[in-house]
Design a binder for this molecule. Structure first.
Ligand SMILES: [Zn+2]
Length: 298
């Protein structure tokens, strides 16, 4: 239990014992409306309506960037913050769902790039929530500047730095009553990349949701992955790890990377136990292609 955070020991229940229903005051808008609203729009800050994903887990992000809200009777957890410009629409989405942003207890993040964490400082100011992050992401989150070892260091935009309340380690469980989120270190896209898994129940239908971070090997022109064998080895370890994560329902920080809106609209399978496997396999192929290209250009 020492690695666990939270207010009560009860959150340790990682299963889905029926508890009090999430206290939504408004009916949850469906995924079709979200898919329609974002048709042809995928800007990082393009406002999108909220939608229920499954059980206590909601989409409150933009057309281009995922922000997830997990609702429990003891408070809310927000995963990622999109851009600073997107914050008003994120807060509006939380309210539309019938929740009070002041009840957000924890802010969690995927990776330390402006499109996913640029809004966290403003969200922290609006909610008073505590940001938890892996040690490898802390300096970038706090300073708003990508780490020196980040392949995108030279091209990533700076963002508003945000205070990290405490660090979490690989495998650590964070939660409130009725929700237990496990942090998974998945470095590669950035050094601090983190994926999160949790159980969500809709009636008797309980699933493990996997919010798996970006796995793309991209960089500025000056950076060659081939010059950083240790970093590539770490990246490959992540690509081998992702298919082993508990993963019934995959969500990615860029919703298009997991075809999320089409799935939420009911036009593709929302629950797919192979999704993490395919997501990692595609990324591994692209990393190999990237390395081959670098070696050709040498
Ligand atoms: Zn990124």
């Amino acid at each position: 239990m020492s690695a666990r955070l939270g207010l009560v020991a009860a959150f340790a229940l990682a299963g889905c014992a029926p508890g009090p229903a999430p206290a939504t005051a408004a009916p949850a808008p469906n995924g079709k409306a979200l898919a329609m609203a974002c048709e042809g729009r995928d800007g990082w800050s393009d406002p999108a309506p909220p939608a229920r994903i499954h059980g206590n887990t909601y989409y409150v992000g933009t057309c281009g960037i995922a922000v997830l809200l997990i609702a429990t009777p003891d408070g809310l957890v927000l995963l990622d913050g999109a851009t600073e410009k997107a914050v008003p629409s994120i807060l509006a989405n939380i309210r539309t769902l019938g929740f009070d942003p002041k009840n957000v207890r924890y802010l969690l993040a995927s990776h330390e790039h402006d499109d996913h964490v640029g809004g966290l400082a403003a969200l922290q100011a609006a909610t008073g929530a505590r940001l938890l992050a892996r040690r490898e992401a802390v300096a970038a989150l706090t300073s708003g500047t990508p780490d020196a070892t980040d392949p995108q260091r030279e091209i990533a935009s700076p963002f508003a730095g945000v205070a990290v309340s405490r660090t979490v380690v690989d495998g650590e469980v964070v939660g409130l009553r009725d929700i237990a989120l496990t942090a998974h270190a998945t470095p590669g896209h950035t050094p601090g990349s983190t994926s999160w898994t949790w159980r969500s129940c809709e009636g008797g239908d309980c699933r493990t949701i996997a919010y798996v971070d970006s796995l793309t090997a991209i960089s500025g022109d000056a950076y060659r992955f081939a010059d950083h064998p240790d970093y590539v080895a770490t990246f490959r370890a992540t690509l081998a790890k992702v298919p082993t994560l508990p993963c019934d329902l995959l969500i990615t920080p860029h919703p298009s990377a997991s075809n999320l809106f089409t799935r939420l609209a009911g036009d593709a399978r929302l629950v797919d136990a192979d999704a993490c496997h395919f997501y990692a396999a595609g990324a591994a192929k692209r990393l190999d292609e990237r390395l081959a290209k670098e070696n050709e250009a040498k």
